[in-house]
Design a protein around this ligand. Sequence first.
Ligand code: ADP
Ligand code: MG
Length: 262
Amino acid sequence: MRVWAVANQKGGVGKTTTSIALAGLLADSGKRVVVLDLDPHGSMTSYFGHDPDNLDHSVFDLFQHQGTVPDGLPWQLLLGTSHERISLMPSSTVLATLERQSPGQNGLGLVIAKSLSQLWQDFDYAIIDSPPLLGVLMVNALAASQQLVIPVQTEFLAMKGLERMVSTLSMINRSRKQALPYTIVPTLFDRRTQASMNTLKVLRAGYADHLWPAFIPVDTRLRDASRAGLTPSQFDPTSRAVLAYRALLKHLLASQVSPQVA
Ligand code: ADP
Ligand code: MG
């Protein structure tokens, strides 16, 4: 099983959309995918038609056993989605209470890694949608993954979130055996706006080594897909954004053969 985290310490940059678009394309190609919603807002959970305010069981349950994960528990938490090959480990609003705890305490930072190690035979890919805050959940997402995708909205103020994310990553890398490879993905790109063009220029100047050289365009079909509860490629396989996500997936799959060392 390959584990990818999608993270940025900023909201509204396309993390959830990117997680679902990539999961959908992997599943379309026959892969079995588990998506994990580690954001207490539960956008991914809602996207697939489950209510994060009213779930009896969620990813929160995994954190209730002093850093150990009982056999079979991760499996019991999985819910169905619109795609037969995508399972969802849902979020719930109680997840927010975890953010006050320290990830170092009782091995709390490795709960997701341990949970995924119970699912490796059942899935080819795990995609983790991360919260925008640095805390127990973000640490878990980064500790569990082999590849990090950082969506960056092409607008003013985008660089702050990216800088914060990259410094968080270097902190996390100190406690990992191998540096976590990452790919920056420009999102919500609108070539008519100065802000989009400028952000792309700044990214190319400062982060060329880790930058996916293309971008995800603004595409209203993505909002329509989320309203329908379908993955973007289920909703419209030839929309501009889906074509861009397809190119991104190809890039990520190619770079995972020879992971870059940061
Ligand atoms: P995050 O998870 O980082 O908070 P989301 O993926 O939820 O961000 O995206 C924020 C909003 O922008 C959502 O309403 C989503 O449908 C929309 N969105 C994301 N990417 C695009 C895009 N490329 N074009 C148009 N709308 C988008
Ligand atoms: Mg989100």
